[in-house]
Design a protein around this ligand. Structure first.
Ligand code: PLP
Length: 468
């Protein structure tokens, strides 16, 4: 929907996508967002106030169309700009659950998993293990055995893992185990310190100085079939240069492998493309990012006269981040004269730990007052017992009342997947919306779910009133 009326720029309309052709990582609200005749926000043809009435709050609302569009833009861009084979794989740590896996699987993407639990979820969703890549810097022997048994590709991170895996592979019935090597590329980029992984002081991956030793080791291990190299430089990155630099480094390593008669046929450039959380964020489009990466790999391969590898990218945030919003109910209000006004909502750091963890910024709208002028600057606080449990500091909102539906934007990535039960608050429900239909994909956790793992030792049950 186009913003035609200037007054709407001072309302929730300012966050509506201007065209449905946008790159999903550049929109603040999902691609299907609009305002209906009751002045209420609609996503995927569903009215947010009605969704909250039906499913309760807080509620994650995931727009299928935005998610599918992001998957397609990645795949189509690789087809357009890369002449070799390519595979886009979803970094499922961004949001792993059965329904999300199925939607993404149906778009032909593969999956990156980082634990036995994510692997299990992906397999239970029906994903073919040939398209699953197992990451992690400290996989347990059980996890490695599980990965070998189900025949997914293992991205080996360090020596301990390489040796453990070699022992497992030697005993396994399978002829050989498909592996890739993760390397620390030594590329700096401007993002939050906690999510930089590419610089040499990182817990992830082999140091490039060890590469020849690793290659040498592999030449003597026929049951380990090293098909590729991997590196990931970080997350929420807006610059294209670090990914282009990475592409060149990967191709150089691929050339080095040739000296050891190892045939590397796949290069995985990781994920990391950023999304727009606020107006200040300016990421390249998915297409621009893919083009930059694909062209850098092609030109480096041409320069070294190497055949084009199968090119893998593993985005998480830029696939799902903008496809979801979180709807909360507005509750209490506290005015601290001349300092600030707090409005509290019925969730917070347990369903979105990013602000307290990374000082992440978010934008919000009031779903049932989309055209109301933004007249208040308030701090949106969560309900947890932490002063730092603030979702948005100084949010620009219309005046609100208890019961209004406050919708926080771009919560698809690293929200549900990082959610906790802090304060014994159950995780929210999630619905998938599409063409006017809303389907529950995650049930809300109730009180009984909170006790699911609790055990009471017999002697505590039978003890009489010892305090008397
Ligand atoms: C987190 C991660 C990704 C995905 O990162 P995004 O920023 O969400 O795209 C990809 N690969 C690896 C190895 C990761 O750790």
């Amino acid at each position: 929907m186009l913003i035609t009326d200037i007054s709407q720029e001072n309302s929730g309309y300012r966050y509506l996508p201007t065209t449905t052709l946008s790159s999903p990582n550049q929109v603040l609200l999902p691609l299907t967002a609009k305002v209906n005749s009751s002045d209420c926000l609609e996503i995927g043809g569903c009215d947010l106030s009605k969704l909250v009435e039906q499913f309760g709050s807080p509620l994650y609302v995931l727009d299928e169309e935005t998610l599918r569009t992001a998957c397609r833009q990645y795949r189509e861009s690789f087809k357009k700009y890369y002449s070799g084979q390519s595979q886009v794989i979803y970094a499922s740590k961004a949001w792993s659950c059965l329904a999300v896996c199925r939607v993404i699987d149906s778009e032909g993407l593969g999956f990156d998993v980082v634990s036995g639990g994510e692997l299990y979820t992906t397999l239970q969703a029906g994903v073919d293990s040939g398209r699953i890549y197992f990451h992690g810097n400290n996989k347990s022997a059980e996890e490695l055995e599980y990965a070998v048994d189900c025949d997914c590709t293992i991205i080996v991170d360090n020596w301990l893992e390489l040796k453990t895996l070699s022992a497992i592979a030697a005993q396994s019935e399978a002829k050989s185990v498909r592996i890739m090597l993760r390397l620390t590329p030594g590329i700096e980029c401007h993002t939050h310190e906690y999510i930089r992984t590419g610089h040499l002081d990182s817990k992830f991956g082999f140091d490039p100085n060890e590469l020849e030793e690793v290659f040498n080791y592999l030449t003597q291990r026929s049951h380990l079939n090293c098909i590729g190299l991997h590196a990931h430089i970080g997350s929420q990155i807006f610059e294209r240069q670090p990914h282009q630099d990475l592409a060149i480094v990967l191709v150089e390593w691929m050339r080095k492998a040739q000296e050891y008669n190892l045939t590397i046929t796949e290069l995985n450039v990781g994920g990391g493309l950023g999304i727009r959380y606020t107006e200040a964020d300016d990421p390249p489009t998915i297409e621009e990012w893919v083009k930059a990466v694909a062209k850098a790999i092609e030109s480096a391969c041409n320069q070294y006269q190497l055949p084009l590898p199968k090119l893998i990218a593993e985005p998480g945030r830029s696939l799902i981040g903008s496809a979801c919003v979180t709807a909360y109910m507005v509750g209490s209000r506290k005015e601290v004269p001349e300092v600030r006004t707090y409005i509290s909502v019925d969730g917070g750091m347990s369903d979105n730990p990013r602000p307290i963890t990374y000082q992440s910024l978010y934008r919000a709208v009031v779903a049932n007052r989309m055209s109301a002028p933004l007249t208040e600057k308030v701090t949106v606080a969560g309900k947890h017992c932490e002063s730092g449990d603030v979702i948005i500091k100084d949010a620009l909102l219309p005046s609100t009342e208890p019961g209004d539906v406050l919708v926080v934007l771009s919560t698809g990535a690293y929200n549900y997947s990082m959610a906790s039960n802090y304060n014994r608050i159950g995780r929210p429900a999630a619905v998938l919306v599409h063409q006017g239909e809303a389907n529950l994909i995650l049930q809300r956790e109730g009180y009984q779910d909170l006790l699911r793992q609790d055990c009471l030792p017999e002697r505590l049950i039978n003890s009489d009133d010892s305090h008397s």
